[in-house]
Design a protein around this ligand. Structure first.
Ligand code: AP5
Length: 211
């Protein structure tokens, strides 16, 4: 599991780590955005919360993610990115995994200075179709506004606008930060410095997984 504030690099590192370990990458935000792109009722509901920088209600989120990790795609294992984000979600996850005879192996807590988080999120660009992530300063798409991977439209997420970023930080502090202690008490937490380059953070995460 990758735990950390908005912009810590969970998506960037989660995809790379999952590929390296040969497991699935389960990102709750991506799942909601996929529903939104498909125009489902769930997608419309999730969007109304995401656009305000608030959390999608627990009863909706828990169902969506538990269904995903029960999918055959996750049979070899998975990296959770962005879930759980509340105590209720963490407890529901523990309960469901217990019933399935499974458990979370490791929680990697990526720590990044707030100033750096704002810089990262303020410059992030995302493909509306395949969710590929770019950054205006250090990794823009080759053709402006077009995704290198699928040719889709690349733009700024609604919740990456400055006032929404501040709201997401508030929500993180109030509702998600307490999970650090929750997993520390379970003896599963490892802290990783996320302030370095994408390569440096990737290396630190791989070392934490190996050690
Ligand atoms: P979600 O999509 O999960 O957003 P988030 O947690 O706020 O995380 P981000 O995607 O913003 O950041 P990240 O840590 O993945 O960073 P990234 O790698 O992209 O959730 C969005 C919304 O969905 C929530 O607000 C909520 O409404 C809803 N939701 C999702 N899960 C939920 C849940 N469990 N319960 C309820 N609601 C839920 O990197 C960011 C940028 O920085 C990129 O441009 C990247 O290129 C760059 N970057 C990354 N690493 C580095 C580095 N080391 N150096 C320089 N730049 C870097």
């Amino acid at each position: 599991m990758l735990l950390g504030p908005p912009g810590a690099g969970k998506g960037t590192q989660g995809k790379a780590l999952a590929q390296r370990l040969g497991v699935a990458h389960v990102a709750s935000g991506d799942l909601f955005r996929e529903h939104e792109a498909e125009g489902t009722e769930l997608g419309r509901l999730a969007k109304s919360y995401m656009d305000r920088g608030e959390l999608v209600p627990d009863h909706v989120t828990i169902g969506v993610v538990l269904q995903q990790i029960h999918d055959p795609d996750c049979a070899k294992g998975y990296i959770l990115d962005g879930f759980p984000r509340t105590l209720e979600q963490a407890q529901a996850l523990d309960k469901a995994l217990g019933e399935w005879g499974e458990a979370i192996d490791l929680v990697l807590y990526i720590q990044v200075e707030e100033e750096e988080l704002v810089r990262r999120l303020g410059g992030r660009l995302t493909c509306e179709s395949c969710q590929a992530v770019y950054h205006r300063d250090h990794s823009p798409p080759k053709v402006e506004g077009r995704c290198d991977v699928c040719g889709g439209t690349v733009c700024q997420r609604e919740d990456d606008k400055p006032e929404k970023i501040r709201q997401r930080f508030r929500v993180y502090q109030e509702q998600t930060a307490p999970l650090v202690e929750y997993y520390r008490c379970q003896g599963k937490l490892k802290e990783v410095n996320g302030d370095g380059s994408i390569q440096e953070v990737g290396q630190a995460l791989r070392a934490a997984v190996a050690g």
